[in-house]
Design a binder for this molecule. Structure first.
Ligand code: C5P
Length: 286
């Protein structure tokens, strides 16, 4: 019986993000977005505990709250499956937090997939997806394991074939809290509805230019570094955009551009990294 798993949890970028309305029952925002998986990973070490306890330690990176999304994911799965087993989670955080890159959601999804095997749990996929959605709107996407066209509040997913691409990703020292961005009265919530066929018709050279991020104007007001980062990219001939609710930015690198282009960033305390699209999530067939 396998009692230990070392698993990767990749980050995402939203190539565009439109808000098309709100869900009447809870005010959650209805969106349309393309989510792409990129090669920037956290690592989770999951070790079986026979005493039913769920514990977590941080291996590196910023200290997370004690009951972070991984722990909540494990608790929710334990409750849903009635498992008497537990887990010790060692988390090596590399994906910046409060960046709009889905790090916490991806960790939670990887934790769920790992625990399904570690605990030999038999939860049907639709129930697992529902449980994931209760943890956070982005978690179901990371369970799907493919680039995706995402609608609803994050639960309506269609796998997408996206052309391989490289991006310069920039994260300013300040992060942004998702609820604060969505709560803004200034937020545009009436974007026109797009179609996946219209999106795909743009072809490999232009598909990453589609649309805009409706959360970006609000984020820019709260975080002046975003304008600074966009300006810095534009001075290098790159068109930047924010991912998710920020504060990270990305710009597609032209094919053949040298990989270290612009490394350094607008200031010393920015995180800058060249990332590539993943073909698939490392756990896509789990
Ligand atoms: O689901 P998640 O925890 O990522 O969302 C954080 C907050 O962002 C929610 O509590 C909600 O206020 C807002 N949100 C939203 N509509 C979405 C996703 C998130 O209003 N589709």
């Amino acid at each position: 019986m396998k009692t230990l798993y070392d698993l990767q949890a990749p980050a995402k970028l939203n190539t565009f993000l439109h808000i098309v309305g709100r869900r009447p029952e809870d005010g959650y925002h209805l969106l349309q977005s393309a989510f792409v998986l990129i090669d920037w990973h956290d690592t989770l070490h999951l070790e079986l505990r026979h005493d039913g306890q769920i514990s977590r330690e941080d291996e590196a990176g910023p200290g997370l709250p004690g009951r972070d999304l991984c722990v909540r994911a494990a608790q929710a799965l334990q409750a849903a499956t009635g498992s008497t087993l537990g887990v010790h989670i060692r988390l090596h955080k590399r994906i910046p937090t409060q960046a709009g890159m889905g790090g916490g959601s991806s960790d939670a999804a990887t934790c769920l997939l790992g625990l399904m095997r570690l605990w030999k749990a038999a939860l049907p996929r639709p129930a697992l997806m529902q449980l994931a959605l209760g943890l956070g709107a982005d978690v179901p996407f990371f369970l799907l394991g493919r680039h995706a066209w995402v609608e609803g509040v994050g639960e309506r997913l269609q796998a997408l074939d996206m052309p391989p691409a490289r991006f310069l990703v920039l994260k300013p020292p300040v992060g942004l809290a998702t609820p604060q961005i969505f709560a803004s009265p200034e937020l545009r919530r009436d974007s026109e509805t797009a179609t996946i066929s219209g999106f795909a018709a743009l072809g490999p050279d232009h598909i990453y230019e589609f649309g805009r991020n409706d959360l970006q104007p609000v984020a820019q007001q709260l975080c002046p570094e975003i304008a600074q980062g966009l300006q810095w990219l534009s001075e290098r001939g790159l068109k930047g955009r924010m991912t998710g609710s920020g504060s990270a930015l990305f710009a597609r690198l032209p094919d053949g551009a040298e990989a270290n282009r612009g490394l350094g960033g607008p200031a010393d305390d920015w995180v800058v990294r060249v990332c590539s699209t993943l073909q698939m999530h490392p756990l896509a067939d789990w």
